[in-house]
Design a protein around this ligand. Structure first.
Ligand code: HGA
Length: 608
C-alpha cells in the first residue's frame, strides 16, 4: 500500500525517484510528493497521479543528488496536497508509510513546545519529533533513532535534512522497506520493482532497523543503536515483468497470464514429479508430522482461497480445517493447539493483518507455520517455518486474479501432500490428481476463450446496481470471489450466498433488477442448485449461469447459460473463477472505472 523511494547518487536522482514511484503505482495511492536537496530543500506535492508530480518536476527542471519520494494512501487526513508527503519541520523532510498510533500524544507534546502542524497526518508528528531530537543531539542518524524509539505503530520512513546533505536516513517497523546497493549510489524503496532500474542488489531491512545511506556506503543499526549486518540478495525479479505489453490493463494481462502462472507454480510436478512434502520446504515432513488440524489465516481474495482449501483438505486429507479472517483472529481469544498447521496466505507477503495474525498464532505456541505467498523474501515468508512460493510473477492490478488461482494450485498440492502423509491417498488417486494438475493450464486456457461471450453478458450487467452470486460447496467461495471482484473494480454492489441460504433471506431481494449469477458445475450438488435457480426464476430474477459441459440446464427466457468446456472435478473452482474475473473486468470497462487502481483500494495492504 503506497510507497517510498529514497536515493543518493553521483547522478541526478530525480528521474530515479519518479520512475521508482511509477513502479510503485500498482500498490494504490491517492497523492504523491518528493523532496530533494540541492543547496536548499525543495518539495513538490501533487494531490493526483505520479505523472502530475513528474510534470511539476519537469517544469522546475529539478535536479539533485539526494532525495525522497512518496505515494500516499491516506489513513490520517483526506487525500490533498496539504496532507501529501513529504512533511517538513525546519529544514528536515520526512516520507512515511504506515500508521503512528500514538501520534496524538506526540503531537500534543510537540505543540506544547511550540511546533505548528500544517497537516492532519500522523506523519507530520514524526518530522517534528525528529526535529525536536536534533535539539539534544547534533547527529541526524541518532535523532531519527531516538524519535523512532518513541513511535508506536507501523512505519517505513525516509528522512533528509538541509543541514546534513550527504546522507539520507531510512527506518522501518511493520511496513516494508529495502535498500538497493547501486554502482553509483544507494537507494531504498518499498519493493524491489522500484529499484530494478538502478540495481539488483537488495538488502531487506528487519523490523526496528535504521539505515544511513551515503553515495558509496551504507550502514544499518538496530533500534538500540547496535550496528548490524544484513545479507545482500541478488534479485531475480525481471524488470519487464511489470510492463503492460499488448494489454489494456494489468488486470486483463494477469487474467490471461493464468495458464503460464499455473504452469510455473506447478512445475514441481511437471514431468514425472510426484506429490511430496518437500514442495513446502526441506523441513516439511517433520513439521507436518502429527498435524491434527489446519488453521488458515488470510484476508480478502486469499481468504477465499483458504475457504476453497477447506473443502479439499477435509474431503481428501481428512483433517479438520478452520479458515479465519486474519484481522479477526489476531484480536480474539481463541483456543490454541500446537498440533495445528497454521497456513497464512498473502499475495504480497506484507499484508499487515495476516502478518500480525501469524505472529499472534506463534505467540500462542503454534510453531507449525506455512506461508503461501507470491513474493519470496517478503515479511510473512521470513516468519514461517515452511513456505510455498507461488510463481504468478508480479501482480500489479489491485484486484487479485493470477495470485488467487496459483494459491489454489498451492493448496491442491498441500491437500495431496497431507493426504499422502496420512495414508489417505492411494497411488492411483495420486496419479489421477497429478494428471488433472498437469493439464490445468490448458484447461484454464480453454476457459479464457469464452471471453467474447462473457463480454456480451457484461454489457447487460454494467447498468445494474446490485448483483447476487450463488454457489454451493467448494464453489461457494468462488461465488464470494466473483462478488468481491465485481465490487472492487466495477463498484456494483454484489453479495454472495451459499445457494441453500437463498430462501433464508436474500430471496427477498430478487426481482427483475437483481441479476443472479450462479456457479453451477456438474457436481453432486447440481440438482439442489437447480432448485435454487427455479426459486430465483419464479420471482422474476434474471439468471446468468456458469455451467459445465454436462450440467444440462436449459437456456430459456431470463436464463442465460454459459457452458464451460469441461468439468474438472476437485480443481473445478480454479476454472470457475476465470469467467467471473472476466465478467467483472468487462463490466468495469463498460462503466469506465479505473480497473487497475480502483478507488479507495491499495494493492499491498500494509496497514491495519
Ligand atoms: N499515515 C500516513 C501515511 C499513509 C501511508 O502512506 N500509508 O501507508 C498518512 O495518512 O499520511
Amino acid at each position: 500500500m503506497c510507497g517510498i523511494v529514497t536515493a543518493i547518487a553521483t547522478n541526478n536522482i530525480v528521474p530515479v525517484l519518479l520512475e521508482g514511484l511509477r513502479k510503485l503505482e500498482y500498490r494504490g495511492y491517492d497523492s504523491a510528493g518528493l523532496a530533494v536537496l540541492s543547496g536548499e530543500l525543495t518539495r513538490l506535492r501533487s494531490a493526483g497521479r505520479v505523472a502530475e508530480l513528474a510534470a511539476l518536476a519537469d517544469a522546475r527542471q529539478l535536479s539533485a543528488n539526494i532525495g525522497i519520494a512518496h505515494t500516499r494512501w491516506a489513513t490520517h487526513g483526506v487525500p490533498s496536497e496539504r496532507n501529501a508527503h513529504p512533511h517538513i519541520s525546519g529544514g528536515l523532510a520526512v516520507v512515511h508509510n504506515g500508521i503512528i498510533e500514538n501520534f496524538e500524544a506526540i503531537k500534543t507534546g510537540l505543540q506544547a513546545r511550540g511546533y505548528v502542524f500544517t497537516s492532519e497526518t500522523d506523519t507530520e508528528a514524526i518530522a517534528h519529533l525528529i526535529h525536536s531530537k536534533l535539539q539534544g543531539t547534533p547527529d541526524l542518524f541518532e535523532a531519527v533513532r531516538l524519535a523512532t524509539n518513541e513511535l508506536v505503530g507501523a512505519y517505513a520512513i525516509g528522512v533528509l535534512a538541509e543541514a546534513d546533505p550527504f546522507r539520507a536516513i531510512v527506518a522501518r517497523r511493520g511496513s516494508p522497506l529495502l535498500l538497493g546497493v547501486g554502482e553509483d549510489g544507494m537507494y531504498a524503496a518499498s519493493d524491489t520493482a522500484a529499484l530494478l532500474q538502478v540495481t539488483r542488489k537488495v538488502v531487506y531491512l528487519e523490523d526496528g532497523d535504521l539505515a544511513e545511506l551515503r553515495r558509496d556506503s551504507y550502514r544499518i543499526v538496530l533500534a538500540d543503536g547496535t550496528p548490524v549486518e544484513r545479507e545482500v540478495h541478488l534479485s531475480s525479479l525481471s524488470a519487464d515483468a511489470v510492463e503492460l505489453g499488448k494489454f489494456r490493463h494489468y488486470m486483463q494481462k494477469e487474467i490471461f497470464e493464468q495458464p503460464q502462472a499455473l504452469a510455473n507454480t506447478l512445475e514441481l510436478i511437471a514431468g514425472g514429479g510426484g506429490i511430496s512434502p518437500q514442495h513446502f520446504g526441506a523441513r516439511a515432513a517433520e513439521v507436518f508430522e502429527g498435524v491434527r488440524r489446519v488453521l488458515v489465516l488470510a484476508c480478502g481474495t486469499s481468504y477465499h482461497a483458504g475457504l476453497v482449501a477447506r473443502y479439499w483438505i477435509e474431503a481428501i486429507a481428512k483433517l479438520p480445517v478452520t479458515v479465519e479472517i486474519a484481522s479477526e483472529y489476531r484480536y480474539r481469544e481463541s483456543v490454541p493447539d500446537p498440533d495445528t498447521l497454521v497456513v497464512v496466505i498473502s499475495q504480497s507477503g506484507e499484508t499487515a493483518d495476516t502478518l500480525a495474525a501469524l505472529k499472534h498464532a506463534k505467540s500462542l505456541g503454534m510453531e507449525r507455520t506455512l506461508a503461501i505467498c507470491n513474493v519470496p523474501e517478503s515479511a510473512i515468508v521470513r516468519e514461517t517455518a515452511l513456505r510455498f512460493i507461488t510463481r504468478a510473477g508480479p501482480e500489479i492490478g489491485v484486484a487479485s486474479t493470477k495470485a488467487f488461482t496459483t494459491q489454489l494450485a498451492a493448496f491442491a498440492l498441500l491437500t495431496l501432500a497431507l493426504a499422502k502423509l496420512n495414508g489417505r491417498l492411494s497411488a492411483a488417486d495420486e496419479e489421477r490428481h497429478l494428471v488433472a494438475l498437469r493439464h490445468l493450464p490448458v484447461a484454464v486456457q480453454k476457459v479464457l476463450e469464452l471471453e467474447p461471450e462473457i463480454e456480451k453478458w457484461a454489457q447487460r450487467f454494467a447498468s445494474k446496481e446490485h448483483a447476487l452470486f450463488l454457489g454451493r460447496g467448494s464453489h461457494w467461495p468462488i461465488a464470494m470471489e466473483g462478488a468481491l471482484k465485481l465490487k472492487e473494480i466495477s463498484y456494483i454492489h454484489a453479495e454472495a450466498y451459499a445457494a441453500g441460504e437463498l430462501k433464508h433471506g436474500p430471496l427477498a431481494l430478487v426481482d427483475k433488477d437483481m441479476p443472479v449469477i450462479a456457479v453451477s458445475p456438474h457436481d453432486q450438488l447440481l440438482e439442489k442448485l437447480k432448485s435454487n435457480l427455479q426459486e430465483v426464476r419464479a420471482r422474476g430474477g434474471e439468471l446468468y449461469v456458469f455451467a459445465d459441459a454436462g450440467s444440462e440446464i436449459p437456456e430459456s427466457e431470463g436464463v442465460h447459460i454459459l457452458h464451460m468446456p469441461e468439468h474438472y472435478g476437485m480443481l473445478s473452482p480454479v476454472l470457475h473463477v476465470i469467467p467471473l474475473q472476466l465478467l467483472s473486468y468487462h463490466a468495469a470497462l463498460v462503466k469506465g472505472t479505473d480497473v487497475d487502481k480502483p478507488r479507495n483500494l491499495a494493492k499491498s495492504v500494509t496497514v491495519e
